[in-house]
Design a protein around this ligand. Structure first.
Ligand code: TYM
Length: 326
C-alpha cells in the first residue's frame, strides 16, 4: 500500500479526515509506504526555505498521526531518484490527450496562469511512477485524487500490454466518510489551503479552530434541523461528515443527538470534537519537531528501504524498454 501528500502548505482537516486518519490502521495489515511528494510540490513556485521547513513538519505530522516508522516506510520522494527516473519513462507512455483531461491540471493552470509549466501537465505520470515503483495494490486517497489513480491504472495497463506483466494494477481506496471535506466558508468548494478561512489546519490553535466552526456557513433552509442531505443542506451535511469522521458516529446517531437543537449548538459541538481530535496530534508534532536528529534518522532509513524496492522495479522497466545496462 502506498500514499503521499504534498508538503505544499499546512496539513488540513480534509487531508486528515480523507486519507491520513485511515493510514495508521492499515500498517498492521499491509506492507505500507508513505511519502512526502516534494517533487510534485515544485510544479507550483515555492519559497525554498519554506518548502524545506514544511517537509520536515509534514514528516513529524505523519508520525504524530500514528505512522510508526518501525512499522512502515516513511520517506521523502526526492530522496529516491527512481521516482524521477520512472516518471520520465512513463511520460513516454502517457498521452497528451489523457493528460489534457485531468481536472486538477485544468484547475491548477487556471489558478497559476503565469506558470503553466510542463511539470504541472505531466504530474500524473510522476504520480503513476510513485505508485507503480512499489507495486502497490491499494492507494488510499481523497476523492479528488481518484482521477489520478485511474490514469495510473491506464498507464500501467498500456505498459503491461506491450511488455508483459511488469506492473501490478493498483486500486484506489477511498473512505466512505470524509473523502471530500468541503470548505467551512463555502460548502460547495473542497476544503483547501487556498481558502484559509474555510480551512482548518492541524497545527491551528484551539481558539482559531472554534472561531472557524462558529462562523461555518450553514444552510438557509426553513427546516433548520440537523439532517444529512448533501444536495439540499450542503453546509450542515459537511459538518455532519466532519463530526462523523472525527467521532465515528453514524449520521442517524448525529441526527438524534441534535434533534430539537439549533445550528449554533451543533457547530460548537463539532468544533469541540475537532479541537480534541487535533490536540494530541499538534502536541506530538511540536515535540517531534524539537528532535531534528530523530526526524533525519527516520527519513534516511526510509529512503534506503524505499530505494531498494523502487530500484528493483526500475531495473525491470529499463530492461523491458531496451535500455542498455551500465
Ligand atoms: P494532496 O497533497 O493535494 O492531498 C493529500 C491527500 O489529501 C486528500 N484531500 C482531501 N480529502 C478529503 N477532503 C479534502 N478537502 C481533501 N483535500 C485533499 C487528497 O485526495 C490526497 O489523498 N497528487 C497527490 C499527492 C501524490 C500521491 C502520489 C498520492 C503524489 N503521488 C501517489 C497517492 C499516491 C496530491 O496532490 O495530494
Amino acid at each position: 500500500m502506498l500514499s503521499g501528500i504534498q508538503p505544499s502548505g499546512q496539513l488540513h482537516l480534509g487531508n486528515y479526515l480523507g486519507p491520513l486518519c485511515h493510514w495508521p490502521e492499515m500498517i498492521d495489515m499491509f506492507d505500507c509506504y508513505f511519502f512526502l511528494a516534494d517533487l510534485h510540490t515544485i510544479t507550483v513556485r515555492q519559497e525554498p526555505a519554506e518548502l524545506r521547513k514544511r517537509t520536515l513538519t509534514l514528516l513529524a505530522q505523519y508520525i504524530a498521526c500514528g505512522l510508526d516508522p518501525e512499522k512502515c516506510v516513511l520517506f521523502i520522494q526526492s530522496h529516491v531518484p527512481a521516482h524521477s527516473q520512472l516518471g520520465w519513462v512513463l511520460d513516454c507512455y502517457t498521452m497528451f490527450g489523457e493528460l489534457s483531461r485531468m481536472t486538477q491540471f485544468k484547475d491548477k493552470s487556471a489558478k497559476n496562469s503565469d506558470n503553466i509549466n510542463a511539470g504541472l501537465f505531466t504530474y500524473p505520470a510522476l504520480m503513476a511512477a510513485d505508485i507503480l515503483l512499489y507495486q502497490a495494490d491499494l492507494v488510499p486517497v481523497g476523492d479528488d485524487q481518484r482521477q489520478h489513480v485511474e490514469i495510473c491504472r491506464d498507464i500501467a495497463g498500456r505498459f503491461n500490454g506491450i511488455y508483459g506483466n511488469v506492473f501490478k494494477i493498483p486500486e484506489p481506496y477511498i473512505a466512505k466518510i470524509g473523502a471530500r471535506i468541503m470548505s467551512l466558508g463555502a460548502p460547495s468548494c473542497k476544503m483547501s489551503k487556498s481558502q484559509p478561512e474555510g480551512c482548518v489546519f492541524l497545527m491551528e490553535k484551539p481558539e482559531d479552530v472554534m472561531r472557524k466552526f462558529k462562523r461555518a456557513v450553514t444552510d438557509s433552509d426553513t427546516e433548520r434541523c440537523v439532517r444529512y442531505a448533501p444536495a439540499e443542506k450542503p453546509g450542515v451535511s459537511n459538518l455532519m461528515q466532519i463530526y462523523a469522521a472525527a467521532t465515528g458516529r453514524s449520521f442517524e446517531a448525529i441526527e438524534t443527538e441534535f434533534a430539537g437543537k439549533g445550528y449554533g449548538d451543533f457547530k460548537k459541538v463539532v468544533g469541540e470534537a475537532v479541537v480534541e481530535l487535533l490536540r494530541p496530534i499538534r502536541e506530538e508534532t511540536e515535540r517531534l519537531l524539537a528532535d531534528k536528529a530523530y526526524l533525519e534518522s527516520v527519513y534516511r532509513s526510509g529512503a534506503e528501504r524505499a530505494a531498494y524496492v523502487a530500484n528493483r522495479t526500475l531495473g525491470k522497466v529499463y530492461k523491458k524498454v531496451g535500455l542498455l545496462p551500465r
